[in-house]
Design a binder for this molecule. Structure first.
Ligand SMILES: C[S@@+](CC[C@H](N)C(=O)[O-])C[C@H]1O[C@@H](n2cnc3c(N)ncnc32)[C@H](O)[C@@H]1O
Ligand code: SF4
Length: 436
């Protein structure tokens, strides 16, 4: 969640090693933008995301947000495309790669996450989208998602978002059961979820809901009610996360004081199995451990971009970015983030340049979570005995892939490893065994 890893100090001019910049510029990988909105009306007791209530903003105001995001977009354009920043445009154009204004990789997805993005006026969201589109371009089918709290949307708001280019909305439902919502400190009225989903559909938006399972005091019966109500909303996408008790949260303190019992692993596993069976029955399929969609077309491009290790720039306080094996994360407080941008300095706090070994391990970790799984050929030979054991224990399935090579003459075959239902429940163990 919002805990920041430990890295090296990030260069104050935001520069990226020239080899990574070259890989980014010449690669076929998709490019995405994450835009962080660090505001919430109240903080939910379980949440440790980088978000601030009005009293915690210390002089920064929500009205400053869009202007500072636009500054970071301009800054990212300088870092990624200025010829001062490490790559030789002449050399690249000789190799047939267009650069700068001829940028060949427009954004495949934009995700406004939070915090509570729906607290931002639609006109400010529109300004950010048009700056991204002008700077990088948007693919014709680009996915543009905004996370919304069910209490903060109206027909007019949604219509302005659609006009601005938003085409998908992800609504924080979490639970349909009042006592579970109360434990989670969620203030929304559960009836507003149906209203928000219906309004969004009427506006032409793709819809998704987020659920959380395993809250203290939540029974299997409570969860069944939530799952059935979520299915009845007839969205094309559902995300469901096992509740994580994050250190430093109010929920963590409540559990430490004995006011609440911690979530039980066995009950959370039972809840996951119930959810997967019911969603499958209702026409959904899993495509990532915590995500289900009605058809492949409804899978979130932005989610998939993260799991397949694409490139993305994370805009906003505390946001994380990944460009060709370089990862960095911004300073967390909105006032500090925006001050750096005002002085034309990088808002990044620290960064990591991943080694070959880290890129391999991270690739395995991320891709193993997806329905497309891992190709056996991409797994180091020394891990093949572990693969055989995991297959015989029923945690992975082996599928044969067969593709005609482009000439149409040669057939290339391979083996793909995909998590089984039990494997999805024990994904951390599976990956640990593949990496040791
Ligand atoms: C950070 S929120 C942002 C969206 C919006 N503010 C909301 O709460 O619906 C994104 C999602 O993260 C999930 N989430 C946040 N904290 C979590 C935790 N401790 N354990 C599991 N899921 C969590 C929730 O399902 C939430 O919908
Ligand atoms: S509304 Fe969302 S981001 Fe805000 S505190 Fe609650 S879970 Fe976290």
């Amino acid at each position: 969640m919002s805990k920041q890893p430990i890295g090296d100090p990030a260069p104050i001019d935001g520069s990226i090693p020239s080899e990574s910049l070259r890989m980014f510029t010449t690669s076929e990988r998709g490019f995405s933008a994450y835009v962080h909105v660090p505001f919430c009306t109240v903080r939910c007791g379980y949440c440790d995301f980088n978000t601030y209530t009005a009293t915690e903003l210390r002089g920064f105001s929500r009205t400053d947000w869009a202007g500072a995001i636009i500054k970071e977009i301009e800054f990212s354009n300088e870092v990624l495309f200025s010829t001062q920043n490490g790559f030789d445009a002449d050399e690249l154009s000789k190799s047939g790669t267009d650069v700068g204004n001829e940028w060949q990789h427009p954004l495949q997805s934009v995700f406004f996450g939070g915090g509570t993005p729906s607290l931002i006026p639609a006109a400010d969201i529109a300004k950010v989208i048009s700056t991204l589109a002008r700077t990088f371009g948007l693919e014709p089918e680009a996915e543009v998602t905004l996370e919304a709290n069910p209490d903060t949307v109206s027909a007019e708001y949604l219509q302005t978002l659609v006009t601005a280019g938003v085409n998908r909305i992800s609504i924080g439902m979490q639970s349909a059961v009042p006592h579970v919502l109360a434990t989670l400190d969620r203030t929304h009225n559960p009836e507003n979820v149906r209203i928000a989903v219906d309004l969004a559909k009427a506006t032409g938006l793709e819809t998704s809901v987020d659920l959380i399972y395993g809250a203290p005091g939540e029974s299997l019966g409570d969860w069944k009610q939530t799952v059935q109500e979520a299915i009845a909303l007839e969205t094309n996408h559902i995300s469901a996360y096992a509740l994580i008790v994050e250190e430093g949260t109010k929920l963590h303190r409540q559990i430490r004081r004995g006011e609440f019992q911690p979530p039980s692993d066995d009950l959370q596993a039972e809840m996951y199995e119930y959810l997967d069976a019911e969603l499958t029955q209702a026409g959904f399929s899993w495509y990532e451990i915590s995500n289900w969609a009605k058809t492949p077309k409804h899978r979130s491009k932005h989610n998939i971009a993260y799991w397949q290790g694409d490139d993305w720039w994370g805009y906003g306080p505390g946001a994380h970015s990944h460009i060709a094996g370089v990862r960095w994360w911004n300073v967390k407080h909105p006032a500090a983030w925006s001050e750096r941008l005002s002085n034309n300095l990088s808002p990044a706090l620290q960064r990591e340049v991943l080694s070959e070994e880290q890129i391999y391990e991270e690739g395995l970790l991320l891709r193993s979570r997806l329905i497309d799984g891992l190709e056996l050929a991409d797994i180091k030979p020394e891990a093949h005995p572990a693969v055989s054991e995991l297959v015989s224990e029923g945690l992975l399935t082996k599928e044969i892939i067969s593709e005609k090579a482009q000439t149409g003459e040669k057939e290339t075959t391979g083996e793909r490893l995909v998590l089984t239902l039990t494997g999805r429940l024990l994904a951390d163990t599976v990956i640990l065994r593949l990496l040791t």
